[in-house]
Design a protein around this ligand. Structure first.
Ligand code: G3H
Ligand code: 13P
Ligand code: ZN
Length: 311
């Protein structure tokens, strides 16, 4: 099975009431942990690479890791650029073998967002690559962009038909209250997602795949483990998983998860070093870290995304 696009995956997910997990990858252990879980559960999977990940690990290394995962698992795997911020970056990923790119011009004006998204769509479609775009602004940190809660804004459903028609994008990320990172909601407040916006967008774009960014749940056991082993993450709160499951039953076909993998990995390594202070072999602490990633992804596939057995 070659590296594939999201076209068929999303059509099946939309009709089946489930979502595909889009997990961020930065190194070999993360790729292995995610794809071993997906392979065991026969789940389709999206591996996504941010601009920062590409700068950290190098395009070719990431590309080859994903190709290796595809060979090892035989799974349909999508290789996706997460939060592409320019035509040039998207073009470079299309030219370099990615099967899906996101152009995120959500912080620009409506017209500028349409113009650059259209440009990316024309290039990508000519090369058999699909495009995710974004309307509305999420709070939180992604690469070097930091959006405060006050500057974030929900997607306006009345904009989506014009945006999708004029850009020709294949999927749309919307802002309904999720945000990037581990500090999504204020301690003491009740996490809320605007399902009314999601449903109105879906009504206006029947059958069109919707994407949710910022969808880590920030499991408290990992925050507590980090804090118990020398960390300091007070007030880290994520999106409740039952809300994500509900979104996956509706029009959401792709759910982005990065922070939860970081938490699982970091908690495991902190714990390991507390228990084995004399160890210094990277394999000794990366092995349980990889296992923690795998366990996290298994849980997401079964309990949140509902895509087990769908590959
Ligand atoms: O939305 C952003 C992802 O979590 C990627 O984070 O830019 O630090 O690689 P990064
Ligand atoms: P989290 O920070 O909630 O994991 O979101 C990841 C994401 O949206 C990647 O694009
Ligand atoms: Zn994101």
């Amino acid at each position: 099975m070659p590296i594939v696009t999201t076209k068929e995956m999303f059509a099946k997910a939309y009709n089946g009431g489930y979502a595909i997990g889009a997990f961020n990858v930065n190194n070999m252990e993360i790729v292995q942990g995610i794809t071993e879980a997906a392979a065991e559960l026969r789940a389709p999977v999206i591996l996504q690479v941010s601009k920062g990940a590409r700068a950290y690990a190098n395009h070719t290394y990431l590309m080859k890791l994903v190709e290796a995962a595809e060979i090892e698992t035989g799974l349909p795997i999508v290789l996706h650029l997460d939060h592409g911020d320019s035509f040039e970056l998207c073009k470079s990923c299309v030219d370099g073998g990615f099967t899906s790119v996101m152009i995120d011009a959500s912080s620009r004006s409506f017209e500028d967002n349409i113009a650059v998204t259209r440009q990316v769509v024309e290039y990508a479609h000519d090369h058999g690559v699909v495009v995710e775009a974004e309307l509305g602004t999420l709070a939180g940190v992604e690469d070097e962009v930091n959006v405060s809660a006050e500057d974030s804004s929900y997607t306006r459903p009345e904009d989506v038909e014009e945006f999708v028609t004029r850009t020709g994008c294949d999927s749309l990320a919307i802002a309904i209250g999720t945000s990037h990172g581990a500090y999504k909601f204020k301690p003491g407040t009740k996490p809320q997602l605007r399902f009314d916006i999601l449903d109105e967008v879906a009504r206006r774009l029947p059958g069109f795949p919707i994407v949710l960014h910022g969808s880590s749940s920030v499991p408290q056991e990992f925050v507590e483990a980090i804090n118990a082993h020398g960390g300091n993450m007070p007030g880290a709160i994520g999106v409740p998983e039952d809300m994500l499951r509900e979104a996956a039953r509706r029009a959401v076909c792709k759910i982005n998860i990065d922070s939860d993998l970081r938490l699982a990995m970091t908690a495991t390594i902190r714990e390991y070093f507390d228990e084995h202070p004399a160890d210094f072999d990277p394999r000794a602490y990366l092995k349980p870290a990889r296992a923690a990633i795998k366990a996290m992804v298994r849980h997401k596939i079964i309990d949140v995304l509902g895509c087990d057995g769908k590959a």
